[in-house]
Design a protein around this ligand. Structure first.
Ligand SMILES: N[C@@H](CCC[C@H](N)C(=O)O)C(=O)O
Length: 279
């Protein structure tokens, strides 16, 4: 069976998108594993299905490269908005998308007849450990000392619709994220796995971040992770609330504002190429 796809990315966080408003995708979990392979597949951090919704313009389902399903993806949702706008399904400046962690509203950035990015209302962060989930006591895990992989870290944990652990370090460029990411995954602290952000504070409105994602390994960017990093920086008094903070990632930059009621994330959405997959 042949299935058309669009390969899109937000700051280099790349997924293979299928239009499930028109087509049915069989066995998406195993397809994600097969197609994400950068040598034997199309290559990507996972796959995204753009599905019908009764409550929004479309429903997004995202699968990591290992086939696990994620509840939310900040970079993918901007690309879903772009696809809905560019293909004419929803030619509106404001687009709603249903996800496994609720309905999100996007304000599309338009250039000519195409969408080039979006600001997404990501919803407020969730701090309660049992709702993240993280196996640590207390009402919040903010700057909490732990031992992971035999080393001491101070971690901040929160959910942006998916679990995040933020670690502030003096420098992040030289880190071995394969082994560090694995250490955090295997720490026993995160019963549903975790996305770990290693963050260097460059200034009160600028962070540098590298990320090890649950189910995909190191990626060039993570939208929910950038939001988690800014919320953690605000909680630690390193950045101001309700101020635009630029998060520099390996694949580009995202802007995040931790507003009084919610978190706004702004960034690009780009098509890399289109094709047909044999499934
Ligand atoms: N790349 C993402 C997050 C994707 C899901 C994550 N790996 C998970 O399993 O929670 C983003 O841009 O937010």
């Amino acid at each position: 069976m042949q299935l058309p796809f669009v390969k899109m990315h937000g700051c280099g966080n790349d997924y293979i998108y299928f239009d499930c408003l028109k087509h049915t995708v069989p066995k998406p979990a195993s397809l994600a594993k097969q197609l994400s392979d950068r040598h034997f597949g199309i290559g990507g951090d996972g796959i995204v299905l753009i599905c019908p919704s009764s409550v929004a313009a479309a429903r997004m389902r995202m699968y990591n490269a290992d086939g696990s399903e994620g509840k939310m993806c900040g970079n993918a949702i901007r690309c879903v908005g772009k696809y809905l706008y560019d293909s004419g399904y929803c030619k509106k400046r404001q687009i709603t998308v249903e996800t496994a962690s609720g309905i999100k509203t996007l304000q599309m950035q338009i250039a000519g007849s195409r969408a080039v990015g979006a600001t997404v209302d990501m919803g407020p962060p969730v701090w309660r450990p049992e709702q993240i989930p993280v196996d640590l006591p207390g009402a919040r895990v903010v700057g909490t000392p732990v031992k992971v992989g035999g080393r001491r870290y101070e971690i901040t944990c929160l959910s942006m619709g998916n679990p995040h652990c933020v670690v502030f370090l003096p420098a992040v460029e030289q880190l071995d994220l394969v082994s560090l990411g694995r250490d955090f995954e295997r720490s026993g602290l995160f019963p549903q796995g975790v996305n770990t952000e290693f963050v260097q504070v460059l200034g009160p409105d600028q962070l540098r971040m590298r990320v090890h994602e649950r189910g995909s390994g190191e990626t060039l960017a993570c939208g929910t992770g950038a939001c988690a990093a800014v919320c953690a920086a605000v909680a630690a008094g390193l950045c101001a609330r309700n101020t635009e903070v630029q998060v520099q990632l390996r694949g580009g930059a995202l802007t995040v504002r931790y507003a009084p009621e919610t978190v706004y994330m702004t960034g690009p959405a780009e098509v890399a190429f289109t094709g047909t997959a044999e499934v």
